[in-house]
Design a protein around this ligand. Structure first.
Ligand code: NI
Length: 254
């Protein structure tokens, strides 16, 4: 079995979402909210498909536009049996640094929700890794787990995050020809720190880079990990699946 631990399956993005989900067979998907208005859509997918779980949260790009009502809605669904984490949340200074304080405030509020409801935190961080690290180390309860989705930081930073109970989501970027840093990280760190993800519909792995991504493409990421670590692909599936089940406290009937 394999688990796509981070994808976005908004029906507006896909011509035939039912088929995309079918393509995964009995493998699991963890669908993450992507906008301020797709919370119900994620919950509906979780309720319709036994192999879909969800993480819900407010992405930093909405730091200026979210309202308390959005946060209350997130909190309401954190006790839903298929909601296994809060995310993706975090900091993104790539598009704007103007609202750093607002981004931090929203991030901290949601970390506190994770602490309160004992949920794994799924983190989006872009051009903001130092602040992300500092806030997490100050605000996150010690026993709460976190996952840095689509990890793009350094090896040294990864080692610091591991001390905060972190794992790293590895996606299509690993298969890109010019990507060196992430390949080094995958070679160096133990497989127990990695989860597979696609971030569909974005970041499509080779050989389909440029096309729309979908969860079943996760196999190309797994293949690349096996090649880099010189291990059998079944070991990649087995270990990353166990990592993900533990990370999100999922007791899927296997
Ligand atoms: Ni994402």
């Amino acid at each position: 079995m394999m688990i796509d631990t981070h994808c976005h399956l908004e029906k507006n993005d896909y011509q035939d979402l039912t088929k995309i989900i079918k393509n995964m067979g009995n493998n699991l998907m963890i669908v993450s909210t992507a906008s301020l208005d797709d919370l119900e859509e994620v919950i509906n997918l979780c309720e319709k498909y036994p192999n879909i779980y969800g993480t819900i949260g407010i992405h930093p790009e909405f730091a200026d536009t979210y309202t308390e009502k959005h946060l209350k809605n997130i909190e309401k669904y954190l006790t839903h049996p298929k909601v296994v984490g809060i995310g993706e949340i975090g900091l993104d200074y790539h598009y704007t640094k103007e609202n750093k304080d607002k981004q931090k405030e929203l991030f901290i509020k949601q970390i506190h929700l994770a602490n309160k409801y004992y949920k794994t935190i799924v983190i989006h961080t872009r051009d903001a890794i130092e602040d992300t690290y500092n806030i997490l180390s100050q605000e996150k309860a010690k026993d709460i787990k976190c996952n840095l989705h689509c990890y793009s930081g350094s090896l040294e930073m990864a080692q610091r995050f591991i001390k905060l109970n972190a794992t790293f989501g590895i996606g299509g970027v690993l298969t890109f020809k010019n990507e060196k840093k992430l390949k080094e990280i995958v070679k160096t760190l133990d497989l127990k720190y990695f989860l597979l993800e696609t971030d569909s519909p974005y970041l499509t792995p080779e050989p389909f880079r440029g096309k729309q991504n979908e969860p079943q493409n996760i196999k190309y990421v797994a293949e690349k990990i096996a090649e880099l670590k010189q291990i059998n692909i079944n070991e990649v599936y087995k270990t990353t699946t166990n990592n993900a089940l533990a990370q999100f406290d999922i007791k899927y009937p296997l």
